[in-house]
Design a protein around this ligand. Structure first.
Ligand code: FPP
Length: 247
């Protein structure tokens, strides 16, 4: 955990989590309450992602991971899928344009091979170009599922065993973790779920083993930096023991 972030003012005295993960939930309900199509909720949610990512960077959070599209989200209507993919494309185009200004390193968790070739190419390009930025990384989960991620890592490990570069008995949690999409990135300290749902929804199953959960009834399109500060304050009030006891 960092005590002071890179760009924050000296007035900030509270620690920030090193890694925050967010299930960006409630877009559909937000739109419905306004008599708008669900896609309008995703457009508003996409804008909130931009604001929250910038805010996280500015207060010194090192990693932000967001759930943008799950392995289960393909069950939604083609119209909704196309709209979400369009918003992602728009964000990545913009990220490419404003990279020098924003200095956000972008990474993607998930099986990108099911996305359109254009989106795959954009993801690869933003990842490659932004890898030089240090200090803040946003991980966008796309066609991501926690179980799928674990099965893929298990397959990779099994292959290594067959090839003779690994042995089952010697496998450690650390080694297995390095085979996940998040390999090399510290586990999330704080997982936030807006919209009041009390479910994990296949999000970072392995990585959130010791994460603190924060749930709020606020819908994602209404989520603000002030709401994020409430989550961070709640996180700071928790007593993290990682399965141990307090000395
Ligand atoms: C969950 O809310 C939200 C999604 C499945 C899509 C999230 C995608 C975006 C915010 C847009 C693009 C993202 C980026 C990073 C630019 P829901 O639709 O399940 O809401 P509901 O439970 O109220 O129906």
């Amino acid at each position: 955990m960092k005590l002071f972030g890179t760009n924050e003012t000296a007035a900030r005295q509270r620690p920030v989590p090193q890694h925050i993960a967010i299930i960006m939930d409630g877009n559909g309900r937000w739109a419905k309450r306004r008599g708008l199509p669900r896609t309008a909720g995703h457009a508003a949610g996409s804008e909130v992602f931009r604001q929250i990512a910038t805010y996280c960077r500015d207060i010194g959070v090192a990693y932000l991971t967001v759930y943008a599209f799950s392995t289960e989200n393909w069950k939604r209507s083609q119209e909704e899928i196309t709209a979400i993919m369009g918003l992602l494309k728009q964000y990545l185009f913009e990220a490419l344009e404003k990279m020098e200004r924003d200095r956000i390193r972008l990474e993607f968790f998930g099986d990108l091979s099911r996305l359109s070739p254009e989106l795959q190419e954009l993801a690869a390009r933003t990842r490659e170009i932004s890898r030089k930025y240090e200090g803040f990384q946003a991980n966008i989960c796309l066609n991501y599922g926690g179980r799928d991620e674990i099965v893929r890592a298990a397959r990779t490990f099994a292959r290594q065993c067959v090839e003779g570069t690994a042995t089952p008995e010697a496998l450690t949690e650390e080694q297995f973790g390095s085979l996940l999409f998040s390999g090399g990135i510290p586990d999330p300290d704080l997982v936030i779920r807006p919209s009041g749902e009390l479910r994990i929804s296949n999000f970072l199953l392995w990585q959130s083993a010791y994460a603190e959960y924060y749930v709020t009834d606020v819908l994602w399109p209404d989520f603000t930096p002030a709401e994020l500060e409430k989550a961070i304050a709640a996180f700071n009030s928790r007593d993290r023991r990682f399965g141990g006891v307090k000395p």
